[in-house]
Design a protein around this ligand. Structure first.
Ligand code: 3PG
Ligand code: MG
Length: 396
């Protein structure tokens, strides 16, 4: 496999049409952007391309609309954000892709920008459809993928599109991400602790199984841990649980034993009767039928922090609780603050990844520092596993 083609900053792109795949998948509620980290990180490169007088065509997804024009998943708020932040003409394209699209885009002048509406409004996107990829590809002279966080997806605007544009590159954010993660992989010092949160264990099972061979401690938090509670016959009330995970968990425990990897699951938790209200710290045996587990409890936080204090490398993806409500953000924030402290005081190697993890950490009132903060979740974990990501392979 060859080397990744990184975008050379001195490349002459004046008046060339650049298709820029970004990950603008940010939390939006009632048309208001709740956390702009991912978008704001893209601004310097967009400004650079404007300066270079490129004709910029931006593609991104938002959520998972499954080929339907779900109004709540429109990129309109992000279009307004760009209009506000960028000193150039910004357009919004909400049409379909056909023979006339290219002509419509030909009115774009050097230094101007067009944002395409949520690409997942088209089912062909997630199907990595050849014809659709071609329709997208022919719109540009250059293709740049600067969306590391989507690069594990075999989807049209990340994968097959590359066949239909002559010049293709990885953008600066993607470069920064993989350089930083590679550096950590190379320098990682044992004990290595991996903290995994989020909700679906079935989507992360391969990653977990692979990590068991590479890390000394695996800590399970978030809704994912609920499946482990069920496995241990503990009551979880109305908490989110995935079906049929017994086998998966059994495999995880067996493999962990074989590889000498310690697994830690929460001992206590914070429960609520709904997502909006307050919480109560409870032992796992005491959860009522009408309660939902929404954060890890005090004893668990203490145990996780002890493990962090004894680790030399920490990798973390997925929040520990429903951090969107401040009452359930304590677990995630306390752990993040401890990782940050260890990173500053004794050079703990720390990488945090994932859109939610990022949004959660941003809620901290203190300024936190980590070895690397990745915008990617799934892609970050798959890259750590040593997998060849489809969106990166096509740039080689
Ligand atoms: C993410 O937030 O994880 C990325 O934007 C990728 O989104 P996806 O998991 O829906 O493919
Ligand atoms: Mg994701």
């Amino acid at each position: 496999m060859g080397e990744i083609n990184f975008f050379p900053d001195d490349l002459e792109v004046a008046n060339q049409k650049i298709i820029l795949r970004l990950d603008l998948n940010v939390p939006i509620k009632n048309k208001i952007i709740k956390d702009d980290t991912r978008i704001s990180m893209c601004l310097p490169f967009i400004r650079r391309l404007i300066e270079k007088k490129a004709k910029i065509i931006i593609i991104s997804h938002l959520g998972r609309p499954k080929g339907v024009r779900v109004p709540d998943l429109s990129l309109m708020p992000i279009y307004k954000y760009f209009k506000d932040k960028l000193k150039t003409n910004v357009f919004f394209f909400r049409g379909d892709f056909d023979e006339k699209t290219k002509e419509k885009f030909s009115y774009l002048k050097g230094g101007e920008l067009i944002l395409i509406e949520n690409i997942r409004y088209f089912k062909e996107e997630t199907e990595d459809d050849e014809d659709f990829s071609k329709k997208l590809g022919v719109l540009g002279d250059v293709y740049i993928n600067d969306a590391f966080s989507c690069s594990h997806r075999k989807q049209a605007s990340v994968h097959n599109i590359a066949k239909y544009v002559e010049k293709k590159f990885a953008g600066p954010l993607l470069k920064k991400e993989i350089t930083a993660i590679n550096l950590v992989i190379k320098n990682k010092k044992e004990p290595v602790t991996c903290i995994i949160g989020g909700s679906k264990i079935s989507t992360k099972i391969n990653i977990i199984n692979n990590l068991l061979e590479k890390v000394n401690n695996l800590t399970i938090v978030g809704a994912m841990a609920n499946n482990f509670f069920v496995y241990k016959n503990l009551k979880v009330g109305k908490s989110l649980v995935e079906k049929d995970t017994r086998k998966i968990i059994e495999t995880i425990y067996k493999k962990a034993e074989k590889n000498n990897c310690k697994i830690l699951i929460p001992q206590d938790c914070v429960v609520g009767v709904n997502f909006e209200g307050g919480g109560k710290n409870k032992n796992l045996n005491d959860i009522n039928d009408d309660e939902i587990i929404l954060d890890i409890g005090d004893k668990t936080i203490k145990s996780i922090n002890e493990i962090i204090n004894q680790s030399n490398t920490v990798l973390w993806n997925g929040p520990a609780g429903y951090f969107e409500n401040d009452n359930f953000a304590n677990g995630t924030l306390t752990i993040a603050e401890n990782i940050s402290k260890n990173t500053s005081n004794r050079s703990l190697i720390s990488i945090l990844g994932g859109g939610d993890t990022l949004a959660a950490v941003n809620k901290s009132k203190s300024k936190l520092s980590f070895s690397h903060l990745s915008t990617a979740g799934g892609a970050f974990l798959e890259f750590l596993e040593g997998k060849d990501l489809p969106g990166i392979s096509v740039l080689k």
